[in-house]
Design a protein around this ligand. Sequence first.
Ligand code: TXA
Ligand code: MG
Length: 324
Amino acid sequence: MNRITTDINLIVDELRNGHVVSLPTETVYGLAADATNNFAVEKIFKIKNRPFSHPLIMHVSSDWDLTQWVEQVPEYVVDLINSFWPGPLTFVLKLKKNSDISQFATANQNTIAIRCPDHPLAIEVLNRLGRPLVAPSANPFGKVSPTEAQHVIQDFAEDSFSILEGGRCSIGVESTILYCIDEHNCSILRQGSITRSEIQNFCNVIEPNNMSSIRISGNLKSHYQPQKNLFYFYSSDVSLIKSRLINLDNSYVLSFSLSFEKSEIDYLFSSDPKKAATDFYRQLRKADQSDKDIILIELPPETPEWNVLNDRIKKAGASCRYLV
Ligand code: TXA
Ligand code: MG
């Protein structure tokens, strides 16, 4: 049986002894293990049912010297680290040969993804352990990410590991991932709350070429999926949805605009993109647990501050146009 705990000593001991635990971060809860312990890292893949071809993000404390693990840290990455760490920004860097990081963590590639989480408990665990931790989101592979300890319990009812209680995640969506192998340019591999325009203040952001050779699971066409079928639509489709679509009574409707009557929807997200992001997975989980048959969700506006939610919704479902 899984258990939620507030005992940091227990969590650090378990990590030291090669166990997997769940830790809170500012983005989502992670399933963590000592990045240098092959057996421990392998367990994460088994628990999540994650293919071994999908590498993990390594979490470090903000003042640790990254050159222990990577060949070089481009100057713009140093500047980005100074501005955004601790925080939801992950860098993919060239892994040093003969590093002590488990090959399961890197999926045997010659790169490693690294970030420093902005959560006091995660930082304390890292500092007390003194070793980096790999931590994918604490959900079964391909499913909705957890933003509360209770979500982790629900998703892994059959497993037996400790979950450190750290409250609700303040950001609520996974970190922005930057591919930083080039000395001057970077590419965004996964959208997150740190936006392209914030990154462009530090370096050129170019389209990733040859993405297919970069194994990034958040980049699969479908991801972040609830159990129920989820269909999304544009605000411009609202009248079509109302007139032609299915019986709204059978649908759990999540909206980002005021184009519906209150009685027609189940939840209206905040018009503030950051607040809506914090709330997003929690509401998706509620929709999934409801007694409705399907989930209908309106896409937020197509402006940069809404990119991350547009990205997650499109990967979590299919267009409503298949239905009408
Ligand atoms: O906010 C986050 O990043 C959360 C919290 C727990 O820190 N973690 C997270 O991990 O979202 P996960 O495993 O759910 O997503 C990590 C993504 C995957 O899409 C993986 O393919 C990609 O990072 N990734 C990891 N290492 C990589 C590498 N070397 N090159 C390219 N992509 C990599
Ligand atoms: Mg994930």
